[in-house]
Design a protein around this ligand. Structure first.
Ligand code: ADP
Ligand code: MG
Length: 694
């Protein structure tokens, strides 16, 4: 049975439903709030709430939840039923305008970076009407922003919404300077490609590391890795096909425009890409995609791994944030058109992005920083930790010509020659693809390829919005006050190339030469999370966030603290998991097997056969046991020590430099041990079990 596409969005309180369920006046008022950000009055809210509840109940909902995104990389919300007991002992269903608009979760249970004291636990959720509500498993989900009693943002959505306004305002100023009087609104658009792994659920359940940390902390490399390159876009296994089908259908019902599904480079790795949407909706949809993936995997006897590096020695997973700006009258501001050299408006927006990324490379790098992503960036499978822009030869050429004051002419459009007469002739694209760049221009949008697979795209999106707003605002100032418009544009492009050209790199970002070259160009290379998150409290970045009302200095500081804390907690949990697995599974298994071999050696000896190899195997394994014991002891001590380091930064550095180093040592010994113990005696599923037995 094929999916009936008239179902698409059937679980969403979308425009069609609103039109149907609301009076013309109410509908118009709500639309004004959604499209133009007009405040919603309480009478309208009351009517909308009631219609929303009726519709949700028709969809089988009994509960509603204020769905929000605290800084945990998971979404949250408590579920309240619509039930109100009536005097006559029966139940009536109620949902008021106030319940729709505000909620009051306990903020103390979520990361807040010292933004509140325990006696001020109050937090609020507030309806974000720009992202549609939907029904899932008997609950009406209402997307909300989450903030503290004192009004500080405690989530990823609030700064995103604020940054949308900032970039919209500045982009519109530039458009007006170009004489555009028709566009009313500019909005960032985002398409987030999502990579993930699927492993067998039963095997997953047997690995404490996967269950608690989302990645394997042990595991010797299998005989076959990804060297054959036979998985990328290869045939999709039946079980995975079934998963993808159910996933697509569940997401389509929820109005998520899922488009592409394919196998990725690593064995057991896959990718999903939706069609791009307004960034706030795209961001909520990405959260939904991740949640639905986990659930559908479980239903199909699989486990979905969204960690950036579930397996050592195998490519990890990222999330590509495809970002652009478009107007309400349908213009993509990063679309060069057929004659980019004549498209001055495009060249100005392009210049703004180039300047923004160069000025705030550190902030952009920070937006992709996480303990998990540290294993991926720079590992020849993902971009290095150095931010640079890939523009392609054609655009770079145009910019350079303008910079030198030369006349730019159209490069002859090329036709791809395949040598086969029956194949259609295709025009060649303006540039080839570059899969090694962290920030690549891909025809009519930029693709930020550094983001980790489990991260919220809200963070990289609000950073992009804000830094581009800053560059656009400076350009708008100039365009609004210049006497010769065309000359001013030439000057802007020329100065961009002169002052920010260093950020453009069209070569292979995976090479050592690039790392050196980037150093000479003075581009920051923040190789790990602890160093990268410092950008959050850099005075120039705080000033930026404050200037565009995206975050206050206090909010920046709080986020910085949260990121440090999260890093420490994550690494500590991984360390503790390693200790537990070593003491309770790996050491006993190794000792058991060594004992078995020793007994075999004795029995053989009794039978008159002296086997020196067996004895040396016992000795080697016994050596491993000693090492395992020793390294685990040191890891336990280090985990104890970090409890007494009160400074957050110092503590994070300790986790990075000391704890992670001991963890690596422990892993190395354990992986060596694994190779010596019989398959039947090894207590946890191996890499081959995990990545080849789906
Ligand atoms: P790949 O990079 O793997 O080749 P695709 O080109 O298929 O991927 O998809 C890239 C993503 O970019 C898709 O989610 C697509 O919808 C999105 N995209 C396309 N145009 C825009 C745009 N103007 N703004 C934002 N995202 C866009
Ligand atoms: Mg991509």
């Amino acid at each position: 049975m094929s999916y009936d596409f008239s179902r698409f969005g059937c679980r969403v309180f979308n425009d069609t439903v609103m039109r149907e369920k609301l009076s013309k006046g109410t509908y118009r008022a709500l639309r004004r709030s959604i499209d133009e950000g007009a405040p919603l009055d309480s009478v309208v809210a009351e009517v909308v709430a009631s219609a929303m509840k009726d519709w949700a109940v028709e969809q089988g909902a009994t509960h509603f939840t204020h769905w929000f995104q605290p800084m945990t990389s998971f979404t949250a919300g408590k579920h309240d039923s619509f039930l109100t007991p009536a005097k006559d002992g029966r139940a009536i269903l109620e949902f008021s305008g106030k319940e729709l608009i505000v909620g009051e979760p306990d903020a103390s249970s979520f990361p807040n970076g010292g933004l509140r004291n325990t006696f001020e636990a109050r937090g609020y959720t507030s309806w974000d009407c720009t992202s549609p509500a939907f029904v899932r498993e008997g609950t009406l989900y209402i997307p909300t922003a989450f903030y503290s009693y004192t009004g500080e943002a405690l989530d990823t959505k609030t700064p995103l919404l604020r940054s949308n306004e900032a970039v919209a305002r500045e982009a519109l100023r530039v458009l007006r300077a170009f004489g555009n009087t028709t566009a009313v609104r500019v909005s960032p658009t985002v398409g987030a490609e999502q990579e993930y792994f699927l492993v067998d659920r039963e095997k997953y359940e047997q690995r404490l590391d996967l269950k608690l940390c989302g990645r394997t902390l042990f595991g010797a490399r299998p005989a076959k890795g990804q060297e054959m390159e036979d998985h990328y876009c290869g045939r999709i296994r039946l079980r995975v096909r079934q998963f993808m089908r159910e996933l697509d259908e569940a997401l389509w019902d929820l109005g998520v425009p899922v488009k592409t599904e394919h196998n990725e480079a690593a064995p057991a790795q896959h990718e999903l890409a939706p069609v791009f949407e307004l960034v706030n909706v795209a961001s909520d949809h990405n959260q939904l995609i991740m949640e639905v993936m986990r659930e559908i995997a479980k239903k199909n006897g699989l486990a979905c791994l969204l960690h950036e590096k579930p397996f050592e020695g195998v490519n990890g997973s990222g999330k590509h944030n495809n970002w652009s700006l478009s107007t309400d009258d349908g213009q993509n501001l990063l679309d060069p058109g057929k004659t980019p050299y004549e498209n001055m408006q495009f060249l100005v927006f392009l210049s703004a992005v180039i300047a923004a990324v160069d000025d705030y490379a550190d902030l952009l790098r920070m937006s992709a920083a996480s303990a998990g992503n540290d294993f991926r960036l720079g590992g020849h499978e993902a971009p290095p930790a150095i931010i640079s822009i890939f523009l392609g030869d054609q655009l770079t050429d145009i910019l350079e010509h303008i910079a030198h004051g030369d006349v730019v002419e159209q490069t002859p459009s090329c036709i791809l020659e395949t040598g086969v007469a029956t194949l259609p002739k295709l025009p060649r694209d303006g540039s080839d693809r570059n899969r090694t760049s962290p920030f690549a221009f891909t025809g009519n949008k930029f693709e930020f390829r550094m983001v980790g697979s489990s991260a919220s795209i809200a963070v990289s999106s609000y950073v992009l919005n804000t830094i581009v707003a800053d560059a656009l605002s400076r350009i708008a100032d100039r365009l609004e006050n210049c006497s010769d418009f065309d000359a001013e544009i030439q000057k802007i492009v020329r100065e961009t190339v002169r002052d920010h050209g260093r950020i453009i790199f069209n070569g292979n970002n995976y090479t050592g030469e690039w790392v050196e070259e980037a150093g000479r160009r003075g581009l920051p290379n923040l190789t790990n999370t602890v160093d990268a998150i410092g950008a959050m409290i850099d005075p120039k970045n705080i000033a930026l966030m404050e200037r565009f009302h995206v975050m206050s200095g206090t909010e920046c500081q709080a986020r910085y603290e949260i990121m440090l804390e999260n890093y420490c907690k994550l690494v500590s949990i991984e360390g503790a998991t390693m200790c537990e697995m070593t003491r309770r599974q790996i050491l006993p298994a190794a000792a058991d097997f060594a004992g078995k071999m020793a007994r075999d050696y004795s029995s053989l000896k009794e039978a008159g056969v002296e086997n020196a190899s067996l004895l040396s195997m016992v000795r080697r394994l016994s050596g491993c046991i000693t090492e395992l014991e020793d390294v685990t002891g040191r890891l336990e001590e280090a985990l104890e020590t970090c409890g007494s380091i009160s400074d957050h930064l110092e503590n994070a550095q300790y986790h990075r430099d000391t704890i992670r180093a001991i963890m690596q040592e422990l892993r190395e010994v354990s992986d060596r041990t694994e190779k010596m113990v019989s398959a039947g005696d090894w207590p946890i599923p191996t890499y081959a079990d995990l990545i080849y037995r789906v």
